[in-house]
Design a protein around this ligand. Structure first.
Ligand code: COA
Length: 689
């Protein structure tokens, strides 16, 4: 049997070391071991104080998320924490790495918290659609006040040890690498001073103050309404923190438990837990084993300093990796570099970066006009406009310039990567790295594997993604890869409905109500209609808008008109263009109304496309499709992505409704074989049984 918790006694101090790799999640077996060790230590007359310490990379990083939503296994958190809190001897948590969620709640139930300087603490349950259900919402407000507690718990942010100390969440900071000895010394000191056992539950200073200011809660909810929109957990957190202020500890705890139990049973939380594991699963490529060689990427070349190239460059600068940025003209390179600087300066104004950090990052760029300067780059990313001929020409040149062993990547968003690779004599070194706009912000990176791409190149790209803060999703080669292809039918339906006379703001509103940050047309305007525009033989509204200079938000006009604060309003010009294009194409007015009908029309074809992407082996797994939609297109995380959402609706119902829509609107609604097969078997995407 694996030993999860073990004790050692040194000079009257019992050290209980927990060891449950990789992150010491507080699973039922670990709770049981810890309970046993604690009981023994507390019963041992030679023990004067107890230190709880973790082996490996981190202190307990939370409850075991896989246990949520299942029948609770003993011992409960409450039982364990009560033993600690009521212990007749001081219990001290010694924290390194990240003490998160249930792990930090355990530390809060201890009498003291000693943390290594680089440690971080936090309550990230909100990201799982939950609240901290083991006393976190009751103990934190007592230690730091309701306002700080609301910020900490609704943001789920990781708090550095230094800030945690100044807030009063921990008692002392100790040097890294010396945690064990320092915690023992701390424990001895506590014993020498009379073994006081302060408990967070008994702190009254803040609750007395906060009780006099009930507006804190309504103000906080109002101020953050936009951020919390659609999510259930933040409101529950506010209610729980209010209970901490208003009620005695045990009653507040009971309220917290009730709120937690409600949240854990919601589809939202199930969706967010699905996303947590899906993000991590996405990095795994079944036929590329964990021991595949990873190439060292120390310098990067980026070709093209436009919107995409600039954003891509910033990712590497942020990670401290130097970038040689190449453009065609001096003017273009100057403009590209200036935009990067401006972006950083905006971050400085928001207080999220120092002027010095900007200079450090800017100092990592080597701008130039000559592809030959890329000869030493370990990775070159081409980010020029979407023309197969241009890209093939560039890759042909790169083939002659780049050193052997360099990875040659294209940021193409829909072109055939294999055709690009064929322009080189080394297609095994060619890969797609498809960033999403704005490339320095969006977390999705589609790693496109060509027919010849070598495994170390795939493995390196997946690893590199994490290094630059992205979540990689592996895609095969097809038009649009995963995310763009998946969402294209949504765009097609939005445009079809627009031409049938459905107001574009009604379409956008249905999507926003569903949980998207913005609607289809708002998004097109944001990205820029000229950036998206593809050649089309048909007259399109987008083409017409571009032709008359309505390129989107950046020009103050696209599908919508924009005022100085970028607020959209309906445009008479666009409405007329829509009527005109509809008339030339012979489309009869047939507006769709009602959110449910609009959503079925907009999103069922996305589900269907996801099924096709799986059927063709373009995506490795259903959850990758969900991640691509969530991180590439801001699909609402609390819906879990299109395929998770489809599972929740029931594939049988979707197939039935699609057949009806197919009768009316045609082929776009013809359910694909996989969808029908799963529906017939009563199964969902990604379900094996
Ligand atoms: N329960 C179960 N498994 C967990 C877990 C938890 N609380 N936290 C992490 N894991 C697993 C991950 O799924 C991953 O498993 P895998 O290797 O099989 O994919 C592994 O531990 C490592 O996690 P990962 O996130 O890849 O490592 P990291 O070093 O990048 O980050 C943490 C470490 C702790 C910061 C991060 O895992 C995290 O935020 N965990 C969740 C914390 C949380 O939400 N706790 C609240 C629950 S009460």
């Amino acid at each position: 049997m694996t030993i999860l918790a073990a004790s050692a006694l040194t000079g009257g101090i019992a050290i209980i070391t927990l060891d449950n790799p990789p992150v010491n999640a507080l699973s039922a077996p670990l709770r049981a071991s810890l309970l046993r060790e604690l009981q023994q230590a507390l019963a041992d007359s030679a023990v004067e104080a107890v230190v709880i310490l973790c082996a490996g990379r981190t202190f307990i990083a939370g409850a075991d998320i896989t246990e949520f939503g299942k029948a609770p296994q003993p011992p409960s958190f409450a039982e364990l924490f009560a033993l600690i809190e009521q212990a007749p001897k001081p219990v001290i948590a010694a924290i390194h790495g990240t003490a998160l969620g249930g792990g930090f709640e355990l530390a809060l139930a201890c009498h003291y918290r000693v943390a290594a300087e680089t440690a971080k603490v936090g309550l990230p349950e909100v990201h799982l659609g939950l609240l901290p259900g083991a006393g976190g919402t009751q103990r934190v407000p007592r230690l730091v006040g309701a306002e700080a507690a609301l910020d900490i718990i609704t943001s789920g942010r990781q708090i550095r040890a230094k800030e945690a100390l100044s807030l009063g969440l921990i008692d002392t900071l100790v040097p890294d690498g010396n945690l064990r000895e320092s915690a023992i010394a701390f424990a001895r000191d506590v014993v020498a001073r009379g073994s006081a056992r302060p408990r967070a539950r008994d702190h009254e200073v803040w609750t007395v103050v906060d009780r006099k200011r009930p507006v804190i809660f309504s103000d906080f909810a109002a101020k953050n309404a936009r951020r919390f929109k659609g999510f259930a957990a933040p409101d529950a957190i506010i209610a729980a923190v209010q209970a901490a202020v208003d009620l005695p500890f045990e009653e507040g705890l009971a309220r917290e438990t009730a709120l937690f139990e409600h949240l854990v049973a919601t589809p939202q939380s199930a969706a967010q837990r699905h996303v947590f594991f899906a993000e991590r699963e996405a990095a795994r490529v079944p036929d590329v084993s964990a021991d595949t060689e990873i190439l060292d990427i120390r310098s990067v070349g980026v070709i093209g300093a436009g919107t995409m190239g600039g954003g891509i460059t910033m990712n590497f600068l942020n990670a401290g990796i130097p970038v040689t940025l190449v453009e065609m003209t001096q003017e273009a390179i100057d403009r590209g570099v200036a935009v990067i600087r401006r972006n950083y300066e905006a971050t400085v104004r928001k207080g999220r970066m120092s002027a010095e950090q900007v200079e450090q990052r800017m100092g990592l760029i080597s701008p130039g006009l000559d592809l030959a300067t890329l000869a030493d780059a370990d990775l070159v990313i081409e980010a020029v406009y979407e023309s197969l001929d241009v890209k093939r020409e560039i890759f042909g040149k790169l083939d002659r310039i780049a050193k052997p062993g360099a990875i040659l990547a294209s940021n193409t968003s829909f072109l055939d990567l294999n055709r690009i690779a064929e322009a080189t004599s080394r297609p095994e070194w060619v890969i797609g790295l498809h960033f999403f706009s704005p490339a320095n912000v969006m977390r999705l990176l589609e790693v496109v594997r060509g027919a010849a791409t070598a495994k170390p190149v795939v493995a390196t790209a997946m690893r590199l993604a994490k290094r630059i803060g992205k979540v990689p999703v592996l895609s095969g080669v097809c038009d649009g890869f995963i995310a763009n292809r998946l969402l294209a039918p949504r765009g097609a339906q939005a445009e079809a409905m627009m031409l049938e006379g459905t107001p574009i703001d009604a379409i956008d509103r249905a999507l926003v109500e569903y949980g998207f940050a913005m609607g289809h047309f708002q998004m097109m305007d944001l990205v820029g209609l000229d950036v998206i525009g593809r050649d089309s033989t048909e007259r399109t509204v987008m083409g017409e808008l571009v032709a008359c200079g309505r390129l989107g938000q950046k020009r103050g006009a696209g599908y919508y008109d924009y005022d100085d604060t970028r607020r959209p309003s309906e445009s008479g010009i666009t409405s007329e263009l829509i009527r005109d294009v509809a008339a030339t194409r012979g489309i009869r007015p047939d507006a769709t109304s009602g959110d449910e009908a609009l959503l079925a029309r907009l999103l069922y074809p996305v589900v269907n496309e996801g099924a096709k992407i799986l059927e063709e082996g373009i995506a490795l797994r259903a959850s990758d499709v969900d991640i691509a939609a969530i991180l590439g297109y801001n699909w609402p995380v609390y819906r879990g992505g299109p395929l998770f959402w489809a599972n929740q609706i029931g594939l049988g119902r979707i197939v039935a409704e699609m057949r009806e829509l197919e009768g009316r609107y045609g082929e776009a609604f013809c359910p694909t074989d996989l969808l029908v097969r799963l529906a017939d078997k009563g199964r969902g995407f990604g379900e094996t049984a």
